[in-house]
Design a binder for this molecule. Structure first.
Ligand code: GLP
Length: 260
């Protein structure tokens, strides 16, 4: 079972996860972090930036992003290359040559998935993968119906995801129709998955991902297949869990040596 940690706010959740990542980095300075876009992981990045101001050196950390839009120029402000650079690489002081984002260039998209998989394998995989969850249950950009064994490949975005992401563009039509995303099989190879969900809008989907059946219909439910998965939610996102009391009890009685 994934460990579910219920916190009072996204800031508390971000600080908790950042503290754990900082411990991993102090232990092994060439740690590999799987990074996600969206608003959910921002409190983790903010707390990691504070760890950095307090002396944590992240310059040896490698990062692999989950996904990218197809057809947006890399220097478009909403390409995930730009977003990861702005929200992760710069504030955390990562070495840009150690940060990889899937290649969404239309001209070479046919081989981009395989190339990213090869790069990930050659690197030795991801230590800790941060994940958000879309309101339709997607992780990365693995939309409902994605194979639980899928690898990095091109996907077509659902109307719901395009509508959710329209806030980042001038008009809804500007949201790309296709993306390249690590597959669920790719994500499951990371050593530790940390799935974050904040706010009432995520309460239903996170309960289904954690307590419902493992199903391609809710790609986030793939975490149930992973031996080390941690789910961090705020109170607003925790309202639909059937076993919330048990999760609180487990966390309160967790041996300190276990970490996250
Ligand atoms: C985007 C990203 C996902 C992210 C999700 C949720 O489409 N590709 O990686 O988890 O949407 O976004 P948010 O965290 O803003 O709710």
């Amino acid at each position: 079972m994934a460990e579910v940690v219920i916190v009072d706010s996204p800031a508390t959740g971000g600080a908790l996860v950042a503290r754990h990542i900082a411990t991993q980095v102090r232990h092994s300075s060439d740690f590999t972090l799987g990074v996600a876009t969206g608003s959910t992981p921002l409190p983790v990045y903010a707390a990691l930036a504070r760890e950095r101001s307090d002396g944590l050196d992240l310059s040896g950390v490698s990062a692999f992003a989950l996904d990218e839009y197809v057809g947006l120029p890399r220097d478009h402000p909403e390409s995930y290359h730009s977003v990861i650079h702005r929200e992760v690489t710069e504030p955390l002081g990562l070495d840009p040559s150690l940060v990889r984002v899937p290649d969404g260039d239309e001209a070479t998209i046919a081989t981009a998935g395989e190339r990213y998989e090869t790069e990930l394998d050659a690197h030795g995989g991801v230590g800790l993968q941060l994940l958000g969850i879309g309101t339709d249950g997607h992780v990365g950009f693995n939309e409902p119906g994605s194979s639980l064994a899928s690898l990095t490949r091109i996907k077509t975005l659902t109307a719901r995801t395009r509508a959710d992401n329209a806030r980042f563009f001038d008009t809804p039509e500007q949201v790309p129709t296709h993306c390249i995303t690590q597959g669920i099989g790719t994500i499951l190879r990371a050593q530790h998955l940390v799935l974050l969900a904040f706010g009432a809008g995520k309460a239903d989907v996170i309960a289904r991902a954690v307590e419902g059946p493992v199903t391609a219909t809710i790609p986030g439910s793939c975490i149930q297949l992973h031996p080390h998965a941690t789910v961090v939610v705020d109170e607003a996102a925790a309202t639909r869990f059937e076993r919330a009391d048990y999760y609180r009890w487990v966390y309160e009685h967790k041996p300190a040596w276990q970490g996250l």
